[in-house]
Design a protein. Structure first.
Length: 293
């Protein structure tokens, strides 16, 4: 970790156009627009190998406008690689504002090297620190309850969530949707994953490639997950990007290790679960309420 404490360097409130605000209301509801604030931030993460200094990384925070009480904190991990999959301001206002409207303070990273941030996206390497370095930022948000944390991730963000969970037992619960649990397995069956490897892991000798894959595959070291952090795992049965058996295979391991979890397979659901959005949102909301309240 860096010798400098992670801190928010810049904060800028997201202001949308009138037409965009109407779309926010249509897609996520009036409460998102009326009762939450979303800001784009630059924060200090760390350089590899414990070197002094830090990387300026981009991200978001979202929180209720009510400052009279403290709200639990949630880290939300995006999918994709590089700027493909990066969260734009409109989407941030909707996705993170929705969670904030449920009564939480949300922290999200674009990962190093993306959206104008410093460094290079490593797809589950040192960029996991960019997730963990969101935690100290809660001390700078007036209505954040820094004693209560959950973590959530979609797709690649699910992999980042699993990896972050191996590094701390801080989180009271976790949610992973369409999450990557086994890189080597998926690479043989999904063209999407094969392309992802070419872009992110680069050209390596075969043994080096598998070492990098395994170091990012929670299926290889599930025993490092905390024993008391319940995980809600959601996956579509027709997901052709991150194949459903990633979540099935991990579930067997969690059963063996007696790690609390719930597996929900949504029939006919693709990677984005667009047809199941309301159902997924309700499950997520109830999971957070159960363990963070």
């Amino acid at each position: 970790m860096s010798k400098e404490k992670p801190t928010i360097l810049e904060r800028k409130k997201i202001i949308l156009t009138q037409s965009q605000n109407k779309m926010i209301v249509s897609g996520w509801g009036h409460e998102v627009l009326d009762k939450t604030v979303t800001e784009k931030i630059t924060y200090l993460s760390d350089l590899p190998d414990g070197k002094a200094g830090g990387l300026k990384v981009k991200g978001y925070i979202s929180y209720p406008v009510d400052t009279l009480k403290k709200y639990p904190c949630i880290i939300w991990n995006r999918g994709g690689i590089g700027n493909k999959g990066a969260i734009d301001s409109f989407t941030a206002r909707g996705i993170f504002g929705q969670i904030a409207s449920w009564g939480y303070v949300v922290f999200a990273t674009q990962y190093r090297g993306n959206d104008g941030g410093e460094g290079m996206d490593e797809f589950g390497g040192d960029d996991v620190n960019d997730v963990l370095n969101l935690i100290p930022l809660a001390d700078e948000i007036d209505n954040a309850d820094a004693a209560k944390w959950a973590i959530e991730g979609w797709s690649r963000g699910g992999m980042m969530t699993y990896l972050a969970l191996t590094r701390t037992n801080l989180f009271k619960c976790a949610i992973v949707t369409g999450g990557i649990a086994n890189l080597r397995c998926s690479s043989d069956e999904s063209p999407f994953m094969r392309r992802l490897y070419e872009v992110t892991l680069g050209k390596y000798k075969e043994n080096e490639f598998y070492e990098k894959c395994e170091s990012r595959s929670i299926i290889k070291f599930p025993e490092k997950l905390p024993k008391n952090t319940p995980i809600l795992i959601i996956h579509g049965t027709n997901d052709e990007r991150v194949l459903p058996h990633d979540s099935f295979d991990l579930s067997y391991k969690l059963l063996e290790l007696k790690i609390p979890f719930r597996l929900v397979m949504l029939e006919g659901g693709d990677h984005f679960l667009k047809k199941h959005r309301k159902e997924v949102d309700e499950m997520r909301k109830k999971w957070f309420e159960k363990f963070l309240r």
